[in-house]
Design a protein around this ligand. Structure first.
Ligand SMILES: [Zn+2]
Length: 485
């Protein structure tokens, strides 16, 4: 019987607060000199007491609501004990029995179908410091000493724990991508794996012949979506191989080695008993009452999945187009502003997907920094609709608007296109170009040897071809004549 992989994920989101979770230290620690973004509270100097950052609670509740969770109105913190140098108190303040949000779900789309992944709970906790090992690969193995940087210690995290509802690497990636999109829509976290503001621990096991869950292995140290996919595929294959050969799997934590492309055993997994949780008596319980939750619920923006559905029904877009446009809230806002100028939605979607996307890629920027305002793109698309500009001309105009950061009107003038015709400076440039490429003909005419006017006609024809037929023939004729003499 085939064993099915069963995957559960723990996602840590670093919350976008100004200060740490229990002290006034800045949350802007990246790039700071080690151990300069610290204070007696986050360094655990005896006698100091934590004070809860209420903005972090608000962001956690926001995230919980986005995940369709119930918000618990009586929630509190516990101490989780473990001895490691990155934790100055030798315990982490976290939520254990009473997390702030429970029983939610996320709908994902993977393998051509939709699936609901249940969220067990979301809790708040503080981050640990960072150990720096002076080895070539940055790993502990072989280091004669290690350094510790507490700048990150005490940063607010919300940990989202899923149920083991995913059965493939593809589903796991879809789930992480959906959580990241939600975090960005809600503006609760940057959700960047590169900088560590989104971190994922993966739990994976294989089903037994009777359908029950097999031994669970946790994988840590995975820093990108690609690595998560590779780590999962490797680990599923490894577990299958061990079982095929009649071996037994250990319940353990394994580290992903991205260079070697393998997982390695790190330690046997601690049970909850090893952490000796007990209530953090220095912090009062949090009371997130119905009134507080209602206010936050009312402040929520439209959720990405709701926007996706609305774009399909309101603008008659295809699911793919809608998915692309709602991937980022800013892209969706740009699109809607463009449409509100009166441009047809299907055309706006197409321009954004093709031209705008290509330019953003070329410039290496996001939609937020795109130099052409949405209203101007809307007006440009309307010009194409009214046949005042051809598609090719409009693309040139858009390129000028982006490059020179000019208005639509100025760009139209610079390109020498108006009413669908090439005119003015642009037409003169086209004539000069033809003159330069045909010096013999120009010489013949200027010396008065083109008695029948055949050479003049020839030059006019070349100009018409150069302007792809978008110049007025009469204007070309008179311009060629006046420029010749
Ligand atoms: Zn501090």
């Amino acid at each position: 019987m085939k064993r099915e992989p069963v995957i559960g994920l723990e996602i840590h989101l670093q919350l976008k607060t100004k200060t740490k979770l229990f002290c006034g230290c800045s949350s802007d620690y990246i790039g700071a000199i080690p151990n300069t973004n610290v204070c007696p509270v986050c360094l655990a100097v005896p006698g100091t007491l934590p004070i809860l950052n209420d903005h972090a609670v608000e962001l956690a509740v926001k995230t919980g609501l986005g995940l369709h969770c119930s918000i618990c109105d009586n929630t509190r913190f516990h101490r989780k004990h473990y001895f490691y140098a990155d934790l100055p108190k030798a315990y982490q303040i976290t939520q254990y029995e009473h997390p702030i949000a429970v029983k939610g779900y996320v709908d994902i789309f993977a393998g051509g179908k939709e699936k609901r992944v249940r969220v067990h709970h979301l809790h708040l906790e503080e981050d640990a410091g960072k150990l720096v090992h002076p080895t070539s690969d940055g790993r502990l193995t072989g280091a004669s000493y290690s350094l510790v940087d507490y700048n990150r210690g005490g940063m607010p995290l919300s940990e989202i724990v899923s149920e083991p509802d995913m059965n493939s690497a593809e589903e796991a990636i879809a789930y992480i991508t959906q959580i990241r999109q939600l975090a960005r829509y809600l503006d609760v976290s940057d959700g960047e794996m590169e900088s560590g503001s989104l971190r994922v621990d993966v739990n994976v096991s294989l089903t037994r012949p009777d359908g029950s869950l097999g031994t669970r292995v946790e994988i840590k140290n995975i820093n990108s979506l690609t690595s998560i996919e590779r780590a999962l595929e490797y680990e599923i294959a490894r577990q299958n191989k061990v079982l095929d050969e009649g071996g037994h799997l250990a319940q353990e934590t394994r580290l992903w080695d991205d260079v070697a492309g393998v997982t390695r055993s790190m330690r046997s997994k601690e049970g909850d008993r090893d952490y000796r949780y007990y209530v953090e008596m220095d912090l009062a319980p949090i009371s997130a009452g119905p009134e507080y939750v209602r206010k936050i619920r009312e402040s929520l923006p439209e959720m990405p999945w709701d926007k996706r559905e609305r774009f399909i029904s309101e603008y008659s877009l295809s699911p793919e187009e809608s998915l692309h446009l709602t991937e980022q809230r800013e892209t969706a806002d740009y699109f809607e502003a463009c449409v509100s100028e009166g441009a047809p939605p299907a055309k706006c979607a197409n321009w954004m997907r093709m031209e705008v996307q290509r330019m953003l890629h070329d410039y290496g920027i996001g939609i937020n920094n795109f130099p052409v305002p949405s209203a101007e793109l809307g007006k440009l698309i309307i010009k194409v609709e009214k046949r005042e500009l051809s598609n090719t001309q409009a693309k040139d105009v858009l390129a000028v608007m982006a490059e020179k950061k000019t208005s639509l009107e100025d760009a139209v003038r610079i390109c020498g296109v108006s009413g669908g015709k090439i005119t003015g400076t642009a037409l003169e440039e086209a004539v000069m170009k033809i003159f330069d490429s045909e010096p013999e003909a120009v010489k013949t005419i200027r010396e008065g040897n083109d008695k029948k006017g055949a050479k003049v006609k020839f030059l006019q024809g070349l100009v018409m071809r150069e302007t792809r037929g978008s110049a007025d023939p009469a204007e070309v004729a008179s311009l060629v004549n006046s420029m010749l003499h």
